[in-house]
Design a protein around this ligand. Sequence first.
Ligand code: BDR
Ligand code: CA
Length: 364
Amino acid sequence: MSSRSPLIIDCDTGIDDSLALLYACASPEAEIIAVTCVSGNIEARQVAENTRAVLELAGREDVEVALGREVPLVRPLEVTPETHGPRGLGYAVLPPPRRPLSARHASDLFVAEARRRPGEITLVTLGPLTNLALAVLREPELPRLLRRLVIMGGSYRSPGNTAPTTEWNIHCDPEAAKVVFTAWETAGATAHAGTAGTAGEPGAAGAPATAAGGLGLARPLALGLDVTEQAKFTPEHLARLARRAGTGPDGTAPANPVVRFLADALHFYMEFHGRYDGFYGAFIHDPLALAAALDPGLVRTEALTVDIELTGTLTAGETVTDWRRVWGRLPNVDVAVEADAATFVERFIERVGGLAADRSNVAS
Ligand code: BDR
Ligand code: CA
């Protein structure tokens, strides 16, 4: 087994997804096996263009990029160009990617890689759960084959960002989220039945927080808006990152393609947050989730039972969370309830600024 952490990243790139990809590329402990694409912020084919272009910006043309399902399981496709720009990367324009798309479908890739390296891979989802739902329907053992699942999605004790109680990634494909949360609950109940303790006992742990190596079962780690909205990136942070890279805050003096990209993408995202969230800066949801996948110490969690509302006329897509354990069901998710956002933001500046410094001589 490699000493690095093998990752598959499923994303809907997206401005903050692109920052998460750069963070992964800048993290020495990450072994990026593949990046897979799903519709969400923008259509999946544009996501695949953006994803490959961002990986190439980071010098990672070697990473396999696979397309997944292009529409949600049941509902019509929704995208959000007002949040991420008409092509998903704000005002940034990157050269067209050179690397072709993988011939594999994202869901097939999850299953094949998890079977090839059982108990080793962390899957990080940064968009709707469509691809993962298809994979787990095909291979119900997937929860046990993965080392861990880390989800950016949901709003557990905080308001939503799409409807009053729903978060975008779950809102876009609640049926897929239901499949995923149920699959891990079912796997947890099966694992629990084979261990000491009373099945269904309120508050019973049911599954360890992390698989102890081999084929254990780890509850997914879910980072919702409760914690990701603590990760605020400001123009001052960008200026510091640019200094770390040895360039000006817009990446032009001297030329730095990574800082230039960040400035152009974040300018759009910060304008959006200025209009809707009352501050000129940006929540960087997806990079926090990626960072927590590599270092779970960045968040404090509670083991909770979470289910997905599908039929509420006002609440479809809500992550309904049994805080008082009234259902008596085993916890199926480790919900992040607190994050060390300051440490994370410093790490982001240091790592992505360092990556930018390494890429300073590359023509944009
Ligand atoms: C999530 O929705 C998307 O717009 C972001 O990329 C992030 O994954 C936050 O709700
Ligand atoms: Ca995303």
